[in-house]
Structure formats: structure tokens, C-alpha cells
Design a protein around this ligand. Structure first.
Ligand code: GLC
Length: 649
């Protein structure tokens, strides 16, 4: 459609829906018309030649209007307040925690009674792991959804969720929920109908009469869970067909080449927005487009669909930001922020999975060179977007950075990765780590790492060894890792339990619905008696809780830590130390992290070589002032220590 025809079409639609374009709904109407062009061209890039194009496009626009009309007034007001602030999610004031409702507090009601706990810690942003209906035993931690709009009875009901959100609002807390865009549970109504032979719903998935195409696709599609769910296709005896299941055999991939699928899922996106979601975590967006002869990951069409979602959200629920959970190669992650004319117009937030893995790399080797070598793509993040900055989450740790980043510092990628895996699995001599390898693929030699922050940092073994030295090291490592992600740009996201040094929980081995997936070892069940120990001076819980709290408070005190793309790595002077500066107007802080088990020395020249001449540096962490010495003298960082320095003279 040409632009004026498109605008008339849009205006008609607004009229038909009784939108008050002059007064009450003026802002919406303007956005609707403004974004129409981009919405249509992105939609047509994918569906332009599809026989259902017109009906689907109408339905999409109609949903935008209806969902706007259903947006509660409180959220419309919140949208306005957020728009005034600009990119509100860049602020240093936000500190998040990701948690399973049932494992954390029993259910939604229980969680709403625990909000003071977050306030005590300084957390004001919650990522609730999937709460919508998901069959027990075939749930993938909630990522196999059988009903996108009904809270699973395990957690309570829809009203409990609404009540929780209201309570969180009253405390000015932000909320993140997931939309599991790539697949549904095989118990979802669409899948059930497809199984029963309904061809309309079979088109919602990728169905095949025989193994011809699946065999071809299997040659190029990497396996995600090679041990528990090898291959990417599952035979469905009820209809004698094969269906695509990239993740587990019970998670059926949605077919986004069918516009009806996109329209239905976008409507759920907007429905979540109307629940009061502040950041929507788009689960596994890298996988949403499939094409023969490719890896079926990170394809351009996946980006087009995300851009289309962003445009639609900006129209109907502009206060909701989008997080793309793309845990892929560094050069690919960065593309989820958008490229070319869509730079900073795709996902607002992405996980800094590369940096996270690099911190684990440095911790195992005591060497930060690979971390530095991999920074180039990370630093390309556009202004206005931000990272989720984290050390652990509910998933495994993948060493997803590229081989060339390792080779560049003179190391052999194969040996280096093998060392890291052996180190964290606890197989390497002297390793205090108690993790496990996850998704080992004997065909490719790939493996990822499971384990809780505390166990990977050595606390579990140190206690077993009854070694005060190792205990002290483990506690320092935990805080070092958290500090680094807290002071890098991005929204810090703690994983529940880590703030209290929970070690691995092996009870999942007794549960048939979980024992095949060792990620459950680092998804603890909170023990609130144990959690009380945070008040007991000198306990591990106390040390880690107090220091995590202090990290958050320190970050909140310093606006310079907002993500204004103001991070610059310092020239390396010591391979054990990661060091960067954050700047804001004429202010500057230096953040230094020692990944070595002994003290590290940094020449004072490191603070002068960019033209500054500080004479006294205040460490915001220890509270100590340091007189800057001569170039041949040193600033000393303790073993696994760090400093946040600011020139005060
Ligand atoms: C995401 C989730 C992970 C899940 C997968 C499939 O990567 O974080 O836990 O297994 O998607 O939904």
C-alpha cells in the first residue's frame, strides 16, 4: 500500500474502533499512524506474499487497537512517566533478581509476602521464571507452556499474579516475565488439535510426512540438548508425522512462516504488557525462523520479526521494554539490539552472556587476557540499549565466545576450553569447583557448565575440605564475580540463592521429571530457616548477603554507573587484573578486579596514562583513600579483590 492509502486505512480502523484521535486517545492514535509504515513493511518482508496476508494484517492492527483499549489506566500513566524519563532501564537504580516462584516462596501468595526481603537487599526488579500453565514433569522449568494466559495451579491463579503485581507496584518494583515465543508444550491446545489431525493447527508447527526434510535439517541444525533430547524432530504416532522439536521432545517449535502464529503470539505479548510487565523476556528468539541448509539460528527473518514486535509494542504498550534472550556468539548477540536503520530499534535489552562466560574464564585461569580480547563486539552495543549483567542464571554457562578470541592471546582454543570444563567439573587437579558438565555432545565435543555460583567458586568443596583458606577464597570469588557484573554497564540480575551462598542442590536426582537435566542442581529450594542466618554475624549467609547488599547500595549511590555507554577498558598492565573506567561529564571512576589467588600490582601510571593526574583516589568499596605514587610504584589489589576508585584530589 502507498503511504497515504495506508494512513487512510489506519485512520478508518481507528474510527471503526471509536478511538478518540483528538483528545483521550490522541497519543495512541499518533503512534498508531506513525508506526504503521514500519509495521507494514516489516510484516510484508515476511508475509507479503502469503495468501493469508491481508486477513492477518487486519487482525494484527485490530489487536493493537483492542489491546490498547484494554490497557489499564495505571499502566497508561506509567507509560507516560517512563516516556518522560527516556530509557528508564539504563538507570543505576535498578537491581534485579531472577527466581522460581515455587522454589523461592511456595507460590505467588507466598512471594507477595516476601517483598520486604527484596527491599532489605536492595532488589527492586523481579524476573519471575515462567508462571503460566506447564505440564509437571515435561515442563523445562516452565518453558514448555500449555496455556499462555493461565497461571499454573502450582503457583496459584491469575488473581494471585495480579495481586502480586499490584503490591510490587506499590513498592515501585519492576517486573519481568517471559514470553516463550519459539515453542509450546505438546499439551497446548494448538498442539493437541494438530496431533488429532487438524491441518489448520498442524500449520502452526513444522510437521513432516516422513524423515526426508528432517534428515536434511538435522545435518545443519546444532543439537540443544544432545543427551536428553538428541536431534530436532519427534515422531508423533497419533498422526503418523514428524514434528520439529529443537529443545525437548515435548516442546514443539512454532511455525512463524504462518502469519496466524505471529498474530496470535503478538497478541499474547500485548496481553502480558497489560498485566504490567516492565521488561518482557523473549525466550530463545534466535530460534524463531527456520530455513533448510542453515543452522536455523540468528536468521535475518528472526530479527525482522523482533523488530515488528518492537514496533507494535511501541504503539500499544510503549512502557514495556523488550529483552532478547539470545545466548549466541558475541557477534550475533549484538545484532539483537538492531542493525542499520533499526539500530537500537529491536530489543532494548540482551543478556551479556559473553561477558558472563569470560568472567568464569578469568576466574578459572587467573588470566584476563581472553576477556579483553573478546570485548570488541560487546562494546558495539548501541546507546539507548542495555545488558542484563549477571554471573549466574537458571541456565548453564556456555563458553560461547569465538575461538579467534582465545587464539589471539596465544592459547589453543581446544585445550583452553577443555581446561575450563575440567576445572568447573572439578576434575582438574587442585580445582575447588563442584560443577558438572551439561549437554555434552560426543559428536562435537561441546559441553556447557552447570553449578551454583557458590559451588563453582569453591565453597562446597572448601567446606568439605574444612579449609579456612579455601573458604575465604571462595567467599572472595563470589563477591568478585558479583562486583564485576554489578559495575559493568547493564542491569545487574542476581539469581536467587546466590545472595546467600547456596551451594548445589542434588535433590533433583530423585525427581524423574528433573533428573535428566542437571541445571536443576543450581535451582535451589529456598530454606527460610537457613536464610535467617543472614542475620548471624560471620556466617557464610551473613557475609555474602551483607556484601551483596553493599554492592547494590554502592551502585545505586553512583549515577555514573547508569548505562550511558560510558565504559572504557584500561590498557592492560597486569594480566590478572580486569580494569575499566566509567565516565560521566567530568567525573571518572576506575574499576579494577583481581582474578588471581595472590595480590596483584598495578602501576600508578595506569591512572595517569589517559591524561588525568589524580593525586588521591578514594575506593568506594573499602572506603580507603590511596595516595597516588610514582609510576614505578604500585596500587595493590588483594587476592580476588577489587576496587572502585575515584579521584578526590
Ligand atoms: C531458554 C531458557 C531455557 C530453556 C530454553 C527453551 O534458553 O532460558 O531454560 O530451556 O529457552 O525454552
Amino acid at each position: 500500500m502507498n503511504l497515504s492509502a495506508l494512513h487512510s486505512f489506519g485512520k478508518e480502523m481507528l474510527q471503526k474502533n471509536k478511538i478518540d484521535t483528538e483528545k483521550k486517545d490522541k497519543a495512541f492514535a499518533q503512534k498508531f499512524i506513525q508506526h504503521l509504515d514500519a509495521i507494514e513493511s516489516l510484516f510484508d518482508e515476511i508475509y507479503g506474499r502469503h495468501p493469508k496476508r491481508n486477513a492477518a494484517f487486519d487482525a494484527l492492527l485490530q489487536n493493537l487497537v483492542t489491546q490498547y483499549q484494554q490497557r489499564p489506566t495505571t499502566l497508561l500513566k506509567k507509560d507516560q512517566a517512563k516516556a518522560k524519563k527516556g530509557n528508564w532501564f539504563l538507570s543505576n537504580d535498578i537491581a534485579g533478581m531472577s527466581l522460581y516462584v515455587d522454589r523461592f516462596a511456595g507460590n505467588l501468595l507466598g512471594l507477595s509476602q516476601k517483598l520486604d526481603y527484596f527491599t532489605e537487599l536492595g532488589v527492586n526488579f523481579l524476573h519471575l521464571m515462567p508462571v503460566f500453565e506447564s505440564p509437571e514433569g515435561e515442563s523445562d522449568g516452565g518453558y514448555a507452556v500449555s496455556n499462555f494466559r493461565k497461571v499454573d495451579a502450582r503457583f496459584g491463579n491469575n488473581e494471585d499474579l495480579e495481586a502480586l503485581i499490584e503490591k510490587m507496584n506499590a513498592k515501585d518494583m519492576y517486573l519481568m516475565l517471559d514470553i516463550v515465543l519459539n515453542h509450546t508444550s505438546h499439551h497446548h491446545e494448538w498442539a493437541q488439535k494438530a496431533k488429532a489431525g487438524d491441518s489448520y493447527y498442524q500449520d502452526f508447527f513444522y510437521f513432516y510426512e516422513n524423515r526426508d526434510i528432517p534428515n536434511q535439517l538435522d545435518q545443519t541444525m546444532p543439537e540443544i540438548f544432545p543427551e536428553s533430547s538428541p536431534g530436532s524432530f519427534t515422531y508423533i504416532p497419533e498422526c503418523n508425522k514428524w514434528v520439529m522439536t529443537v529443545f525437548h521432545h515435548y516442546q514443539w517449535d512454532l511455525n512463524y512462516s504462518n502469519p496466524d502464529v505471529f498474530v496470535a503470539m503478538l497478541d499474547t505479548v500485548l496481553h502480558y504488557a497489560n498485566l504490567g510487565v516492565d521488561i518482557l523476556r523473549i525466550d530463545a528468539p534466535a530460534f524463531i525462523w527456520k530455513q533448510l541448509g542453515t543452522s536455523c539460528q540468528n536468521l535475518p527473518q528472526a530479527h525482522t520479526l523482533l523488530r515488528l514486535i518492537k514496533q507494535c509494542v511501541q504503539v500499544s504498550s510503549p512502557g514495556m521494554a523488550l529483552l532478547g534472550e539470545a545466548i549466541v556468539a558475541p557477534d550475533e548477540i549484538i545484532k539483537y539490539f538492531g542493525t542499520q536503520e533499526y539500530t537500537a530499534k529491536e530489543c532494548d535489552v540482551a543478556y551479556n552472556a559473553t561477558q558472563m562466560a569470560l568472567q568464569w574464564d578469568a576466574l578459572a585461569t587467573g588470566d584476563t587476557r581472553v576477556m579483553l580480547s573478546a570485548q570488541h563486539p560487546i562494546m558495539q552495543k548501541p546507546f539507548g540499549c542495555t545488558w542484563i549483567s549477571y554471573t549466574r542464571c537458571h541456565d548453564d554457562i556456555g563458553l560461547g565466545y569465538d575461538d579467534y578470541m582465545i587464539e589471539r592471546v596465544g592459547l589453543n582454543p581446544y585445550h583452553h576450553r577443555t581446561y575450563l570444563k575440567n576445572y568447573y567439573a572439578g576434575w582438574h587437579e587442585g580445582s575447588s569447583s563442584a560443577g558438572a558438565l551439561f549437554s555434552v555432545n560426543p559428536k562435537t565435543g561441546d559441553a556447557r557448565i552447570s553449578g551454583s555460583l557458590a559451588s563453582l567458586c569453591g565453597l562446597e568443596k572448601a567446606v568439605e575440605w574444612n579449609s579456612p583458606l579455601h573458604i575465604e577464597q571462595a567467599l572472595n570469588k563470589i563477591i568478585l564475580m558479583q562486583a564485576h557484573s554489578m559495575f559493568m554497564g547493564g542491569i545487574p540480575m542476581l539469581f536467587y540463592g546466590d545472595e546467600l551462598a547456596y551451594t548445589n542442590d542434588y535433590s533433583y536426582l530423585q525427581d524423574a521429571g528433573k533428573s535428566y537435566d542437571n541445571r536443576w542442581m543450581h535451582r535451589p529450594i529456598m530454606n527460610w530457616d537457613k536464610n535467617e542466618k543472614r542475620k548471624q554475624e560471620g556466617s557464610f549467609e551473613n557475609i555474602i548477603f551483607t556484601q551483596t547488599k553493599k554492592l547494590i547500595a554502592t551502585r545505586k549511590r553512583m549515577p555514573i554507573l547508569s548505562d550511558t555507554k560510558n565504559t572504557t577498558w584500561l590498557t592492560p598492565h597486569n594480566i590478572h587484573v580486569a580494569a575499566f573506567a566509567r565516565t560521566q561529564e567530568n567525573k571518572k571512576i576506575y574499576c579494577l578486579f583481581n582474578y588471581k589467588d595472590t595480590a596483584s600490582f598495578i602501576t600508578w601510571y595506569a591512572f595517569k596514562e589517559q591524561g588525568d593526574r589524580p593525586s588521591v583516589l578514594l575506593d568506594h568499596w573499602s572506603g580507603k583513600e590511596h595516595k597516588v605514587g610514582n609510576d614505578h610504584e604500585y596500587f595493590v589489589l588483594p587476592p580476588y579483590g577489587f576496587a572502585i576508585l575515584e579521584a578526590v584530589q
